[in-house]
Design a protein around this ligand. Structure first.
Ligand code: C5P
Length: 295
């Protein structure tokens, strides 16, 4: 028996970063939005949990104990008090350390496939609590779609989106370390009192009515300033997107990927071609949101 899941990358339409908590994480208010750039995870029975990775980013993905899909399958077996194993195959199309939660997507894929392979049928809330133990973005990666995330990002509330949205995802060569980006943000605002994080009602209304012009003005990422400080060349990517007609552009999560909102599919396709030709990014692809998780 083989079980397969198709798990999407995410972007953050808003990422509001509050003060550091006593556990070292930052309090967040974010809007997660899954886009049609997928990793595929499959699982078959085996004696132990191992992973085999293929695809364009395979050489940058660890296959040892630190692989998030391996950690997820083992955490699930522990939670279910099982000794079961699985051979996981991950086909990676989502770039690594890119701010697109590719590792979290693989972890979610491993949870969903092993849950079925091992016949667990674990309730969503328990699966989500195993996911939260693996990383802040993993609970959202189990659900896909669009959701407000609070807490560390693990407390989720789905939000309606009035129409399919069109984006261009522009990836960079080399990743950025998420902890480094958060640390740089703390340094940059060490002289300020950091307010509680928020997602505005206006943004949720713009999503619901698919008002692209309003949405373009409301996209915001508090980590962007820190990501640009660590990787100044991203300013060129953002400028190129604007010059080539994007409605808005911003850094995705902790970067270095930049994402751009386009008016429709044709505009996104043209923008992807122009951005790729601009020499300011490694690769640019047109995607849509919000994307479902497929099992
Ligand atoms: O939860 P995850 O493993 O994805 O977090 C990676 C790192 O990002 C954490 O170790 C922490 O440095 C930073 N982080 C944070 N606050 C959050 C989420 C992540 O400081 N809410």
């Amino acid at each position: 028996m083989q079980v397969i899941a198709r798990v999407p990358a995410k972007i953050n339409l808003v990422l509001s970063v509050g003060p550091v908590r006593s556990d070292g994480f930052h309090e967040l208010a974010t809007v997660f939005h899954a886009v049609s750039l997928y990793d595929e995870v499959s699982a078959v029975h085996a004696d132990a949990v191992t992973v085999h990775v293929t695809g364009p980013y395979a050489d940058r993905t660890p296959t040892d104990e630190s692989n998030l899909a391996v950690r997820a399958a083992r955490a699930l077996a522990r939670r279910a008090r099982l000794r079961s194993g699985a051979l996981l195959r991950v086909h990676k199309e989502i770039p690594v350390a890119a701010g697109l939660a590719g590792g979290s997507a693989d972890a979610a894929g491993a949870l969903l496939t092993c849950d079925r392979l091992w016949g667990l049928r674990m309730p969503e809330s328990r699966l989500s609590s195993v996911a939260a133990g693996l990383g802040s973005d993993v609970p959202f990666a189990l659900t896909g779609g669009t959701a407000v995330g609070t807490g560390r990002g693990e407390r989720l509330r789905p939000v309606p989106v009035g129409a399919e949205l069109h984006w261009v995802v522009a990836t960079a060569d080399g990743g950025l370390s998420t902890p480094d980006v958060y640390r740089r943000l703390d340094d940059l605002r060490s002289d300020r009192k950091v307010p509680a994080p928020t997602v505005s009602g206006e943004l949720l209304a713009a999503l619901q009515s698919a008002d692209l012009d309003a949405l373009a003005g409301l996209l915001h990422n508090d980590l962007q300033e820190a990501a640009l400080a660590l990787r100044p060349s991203l300013k060129d990517t953002l400028r190129a997107g604007e010059e080539h007609g994007a409605l808005a552009g911003l850094v995705s999560g902790s970067g270095p990927t930049c994402v751009f909102l386009a008016r429709d599919g044709a505009a996104a396709g043209a923008l992807a071609v122009d951005l790729a030709a601009s020499g300011t990014c490694a690769r640019a692809v047109a995607v849509t949101g919000h994307a479902p998780v497929g099992t």
